[in-house]
Design a protein around this ligand. Structure first.
Ligand SMILES: C[S@@+](CC[C@H](N)C(=O)[O-])C[C@H]1O[C@@H](n2cnc3c(N)ncnc32)[C@H](O)[C@@H]1O
Length: 137
């Protein structure tokens, strides 16, 4: 199972304790108003829908980086399917007025030239219905 640290600020101590005790054995660390989960983002149920103000992430770029268990060299179509899957999950977790800050390359050459940024924006806007705001270079 691939894992990463999801840093989720709980709104208060009660919420933090509730999150740690409810059906979630993926809690890695908790302190007052902070819970850190070490888990597979695609499959975790530790984070409630419509509960997140801000997601900041740097997803895999599919450029053959040697991660422990994530295959970073898959066909580009499969990579875009994976992208749609985690963007859809992200959209379900963020609040209606929440935000996603995404760190991705504009394009890539390794493993074949692809316009990564354009493809992400297209998936976000057309498939996941995530409204796009702007790009910071
Ligand atoms: C481009 S790297 C991010 C690197 C990070 N910005 C850093 O500076 O360390 C992408 C990360 O996503 C992780 N990852 C891939 N699939 C995942 C999943 N389903 N759940 C959680 N993390 C995942 C990979 O293991 C990798 O660490």
């Amino acid at each position: 199972m691939e894992s990463t640290l999801l840093k989720v600020p709980a709104r208060n101590e009660k919420e933090a304790k509730q999150a740690s005790s409810e059906a979630c054995n993926e809690l890695y660390f908790e302190m007052e108003n902070l819970c850190i989960y070490n888990t597979d983002f695609l499959h975790t149920e530790c984070v409630g829908e419509n509960s997140i103000d801000l997601v900041i992430t740097s997803p895999p770029y599919n450029v053959d980086i040697r991660y422990n268990s994530f295959d970073d060299k898959i066909p580009y179509d499969a990579y875009l399917d994976f992208t749609r899957e985690w963007l859809t999950k992200t959209y379900s977790l963020v609040k209606d007025d929440g935000r996603l800050c995404l760190n991705i390359p504009l394009d890539k050459n390794k493993g074949g030239q692809q316009s990564v940024y354009a493809d992400f924006v297209s998936i976000a806007a057309n498939r996941v219905k995530l409204p796009f705001h702007h790009c910071v270079e």
